[in-house]
Ligand binder design. Structure first.
Ligand code: SF4
Length: 337
């Protein structure tokens, strides 16, 4: 076991990725590590890098984030997807300002948006807590190393791999170990076409020894996606204002501004002028969106979640991706400027 850690850490010392959130030295800065881990969930490093830099410029520390209005936070996240992560960061920042930074896995878990993987990663990186961080990357590496043939999304198999991960943790160097596993999974032990010839732990790897590297890990078949038909009304008032609706916080695209369902404005969905039909994909759901322009003579009144906004004043709102697509279509068709 110790030989695996020694080989991996020696490789990491030579080739570990130079990432902006790693430049604070060890232990890692909790704010930077937490923002980075939040952005990296479901998102590739290359995509995250420019968002991370802009975020740190806008909210350089947890106090600045806690003091910012939610709309400014969501606007900063715009385009990164899975907006719940931004709302969680904002809410958790206020808790941290009030109570201080957590120093244990359990302490991190209390913050909204911090699951078992992130809590273990942050506690190990920021406080040296001896905890193995198990995300999809780490599970893949461990399943291959141990030749695990069970489906990694089964609890019993996860428990086996978690026990293996804990047994591999080098004493006093859990943060480095977790980062090394992240880098190995991202650059060498990739989901497809693992580069076993360049792998620092090949000599310990059962999957490579049996020629099964590309076949592991095994997963259960995915749930089929739910498909929903969604009508969106680009409602245009005589003075050029557009109607936008804020999604409920606990819904898909929660907290973001979308063009409303025509029914909300008392409009016949079929009566508008076809503007753009497209698909918006979530993790387990797919919206088939029918966006239509509805010129309105008498705009319905505003409400808590409903606003009439001039097109040149939209920049201050956190717009959902479908909203931006429909806006672009309306501009191309010269319905709005
Ligand atoms: S030898 Fe291949 S399968 Fe095994 S850990 Fe390294 S890259 Fe992954």
């Amino acid at each position: 076991m110790a030989a695996v850690a020694a080989d991996l850490l020696a490789w990491f010392a030579q080739t570990g990725r130079d990432l902006p959130w790693r430049r604070s030295g060890r232990p890692r800065d909790p704010y930077q590590a937490w923002v980075a881990e939040s952005m990296l969930q479901q998102t590739r490093v290359e995509t995250v890098l420019p968002y991370y830099d802009r975020w740190l410029a806008a909210f350089p520390d947890v106090g600045a984030l806690a003091a910012a209005p939610l709309d400014a936070v969501l606007a900063q996240w715009q385009g990164l997807g899975y907006y719940r992560r931004a709302r969680h960061l904002h809410a958790a920042a206020r808790t941290v300002v009030a109570d201080g930074w957590p120093h244990t896995v359990a302490g991190w878990r209390v913050l909204p948006g911090v699951g078992p993987y992130m809590a273990a990663a942050l506690a190990s990186l920021c406080d040296g807590v001896e905890a193995a961080a198990l995300d999809g990357n780490a599970l893949r590496v461990l399943a291959r190393l141990s030749g695990e043939e069970g489906a990694v999304d089964l609890p019993a198999v996860r428990a086996r791999l978690a026990a293996l991960a804990t047994s591999l943790l080098p004493s006093g160097r859990a943060g480095e170990w977790n980062e090394a596993v992240m880098d190995l999974g991202a650059t060498i032990c990739r989901p497809r076409k693992p580069r076993c010839g360049d792998c620092p732990v090949r000599g310990h790897c059962l999957a490579a020894a049996s020629g099964r590297a590309a076949d592991l890990p095994v997963r259960r078949p995915r749930r089929p996606q739910v498909v929903e038909d969604v009508a969106m009304a680009v409602a245009l008032a005589p003075d050029g204002r557009l109607c936008l609706q804020r999604r409920p916080d606990d819904a898909l695209l929660g907290g973001l501004w979308v063009f409303p369902d025509p029914a909300r404005l008392g409009l016949d969905p079929a009566a508008g002028w076809p503007l753009l039909a497209f698909t918006h994909v979530f993790t387990h759901r797919r919206w088939r969106i029918d966006g239509r322009l509805h010129p309105i003579a008498v705009p319905p009144p505003e409400a808590d979640d409903l606003r009439w906004v001039r097109p040149d004043a939209l920049d201050g709102l956190a717009l959902a991706a479908p909203t931006r697509r429909l806006l672009a279509a309306a501009q191309r068709a010269q319905y709005i400027w």
